[in-house]
Design a protein around this ligand. Structure first.
Ligand code: ZN
Length: 215
């Protein structure tokens, strides 16, 4: 698996929809289509704008969201604590960098705040970080690792775990045509690497949602 470091570096937002749409016009001609027929006449422009939206995360830094932090009071978070903050079913759509096809999935994320700094972040910020990385050209393994690294770097928690389950439209529409295959990837940092019981706890907490579907 090739992991592309360049995908970690945000770009200035200088993408040009007019240039992209001309390129798609040529693609349509090469496919044997008539780009001037009514159904296609606005397609290159729509596609260009959509592609820029799908890849908006290329121009964004996760720091933009993870710099919003709060501190737990010392009395509220004892120094021996390994309690975790867990968010499940964060939905995302990404784009596979090998086939430019959609990846649709959910992320489950848990982290254990550092018991010295007691730093936490806004819950919505974790979902925003998923969105920043998902809105880049991706492979699922890399997406999972990037989210874990960003949370680890900015919140300096005792540990972080990211689990992603996704379906890849490049597997559905072409090649092996597998409609029901889910790909599951994990990334662990800190205490989640050294204490396997924490990963077990994380999995047990994820199961609790079965009883809360009507919330
Ligand atoms: Zn693919």
């Amino acid at each position: 698996m090739e992991i592309n470091d360049a995908a970690n570096t945000p770009l200035p937002d200088n993408r040009r929809p007019d240039v992209l749409s001309k390129l798609l016009y040529d693609v349509l001609v090469e496919l044997g289509e008539d780009p001037s027929r009514p159904g296609l006449v606005k397609t290159p422009q729509r596609w260009a704008e959509a592609l820029i939206t799908y890849t908006q995360g290329m121009t964004q830094e996760p720091e933009e969201h993870l710099n919003v932090i709060f501190k737990l009071e010392e009395d509220d978070y004892p120094s021996e604590s390994d309690d975790m903050v867990l968010l499940d079913n964060i939905q995302f759509v990404s784009t596979c960098e090998h086939h430019m096809a959609p990846i649709r999935g959910v992320a489950h994320i848990g982290y254990i705040p550092n018991n010295k700094s007691r730093v936490i972040t806004g819950l919505s910020k974790i979902a925003r970080v998923v969105s920043v990385f998902a809105n880049r050209l991706q492979v699922q393994e890399q997406l999972t690792q990037q989210i874990a690294t960003a949370i680890d770097k900015h919140l300096d928690p005792l540990g972080v775990i990211v689990v992603i389950q996704a379906v890849h439209y490049c597997m559905i529409q072409r090649g092996v045509r597998q409609h029901d295959t889910r790909t599951l990837t994990t990334a662990r940092r800190g205490a989640f690497l050294s204490k396997s019981e924490l990963e077990f706890k994380f999995q047990e907490y994820l199961k609790l949602k079965i009883n809360t579907n009507n919330l």
